[in-house]
Structure formats: structure tokens, C-alpha cells
Design a protein around this ligand. Sequence first.
Ligand code: ADP
Length: 192
Amino acid sequence: MRLILFGPPGAGKGTQAAALVDRYSIVHISTGDIFREHVGNATALGLQAKAYMDRGDLVPDRIVLDMVEDRLGKPDARDGFLLDGFPRTLAQVEALDDIVERNGHRLDGVIRLLVDEEELLSRLLQRAHEQGRADDTREVIANRLARYRSETEPAVARYRQRGILHDVDGEGDVAQVRDRVLAAAAAAEQAS
Ligand code: ADP
């Protein structure tokens, strides 16, 4: 099973990704988590990415693509994966198409979590309070939401045109959203 999970910052991608990887026994590849780990370990990649992340800007495609290509080449991603936070731009969509085709595979489905912006803002400010993630400040959150609208929504539209996009209402309690997400994945599996 090869899935992509989309959703604006604060939509609950990380939480719902856990349910999907558990259900399909696939690897969870979160580009945000990978970058945060590199920043934490002060690797060369982390140092390159940090300034962009701190502002809520996207890390340049070239840097992201090198990293993702490397990650998708690992043996644990051969039989399936869930991508979370990637692709985020049209160039990334195209690069992913190339990678998947080159390996003789195809994407089974794309799930997008829909959450109202006011709700997103309140969840992210709450998380800032609890976890203190560096990019969860009001200004940076506003920039991340703006980047999602301007860069990532056009990427999502590509998958809608291909007929593999499944929209899921991301509001409500975690278990409810999880049931909807699993139902969407089951529908994607059937259709593919
Ligand atoms: P969120 O969806 O909450 O904004 P993520 O954890 O997915 O956060 O990503 C955090 C940051 O990492 C992003 O704001 C961006 O700077 C960087 N990043 C993650 N994935 C990508 C990507 N595919 N392309 C460009 N930048 C990325």
C-alpha cells in the first residue's frame, strides 16, 4: 500500500498516520520528523533546513528531494509507505511520480484531512503551550498556513484531477477521525 496523507499544519497528520501505518504495516515517512531529527543532531542537512523551518518556509525542493529519494530507496519502503508532509509542491509531486514509476509501482491513494483554519490555529497554539515546538509561534504558524494554501493546495489538486484524492473531515475526536481515515484508505485500496 502506497499512501500520501495531506493536511494543513495542525490537522492531526501525525496522529492519523500512526493508525494507517499500523493498519497496513507500512513505514511512516514524515519529512518534518526527519528534518527535526537532523536539526536535533546538528547534521549538515539539519543546518541547511533549520532557517527555513524556523520561519515556516518550505525547505527548497532540491534539499527535500535528495533526502526523500534516499529514504524511499531503503529496503523498508520497498513494499509500501505512508508519506506525511511530502509532496508539498508541484515539483515534489512530479519527482515522486518519477521515483514511483521508476520502481514499477503506483500510488494507491491520497487522503486529505480538512480542518477549519480557526480550529487549526487554536490546536497549534495549544501544542505550542504543551510541547514548545520551535515553529509553533503565532507568526510562524500563519506563514505555514499560507505556504500550505499557496504551494501545497495546487499539489493536492493534481491528485484530485487523477481521481485518487479522498477528503476526510478532520474535525471531531481523534477516534472518529481515525475511523474516517481508515474508511478512506479502504476505499482507496478497493479503487486501486
Ligand atoms: P506542519 O505540517 O505542522 O507545518 P511538518 O512537521 O510536516 O509540519 O514540517 C515542518 C517543517 O519542515 C515545514 O514547515 C518545512 O519547513 C519543513 N518541511 C517538511 N516537509 C517538507 C517538504 N516536503 N518540503 C519542504 N519543506 C518541508
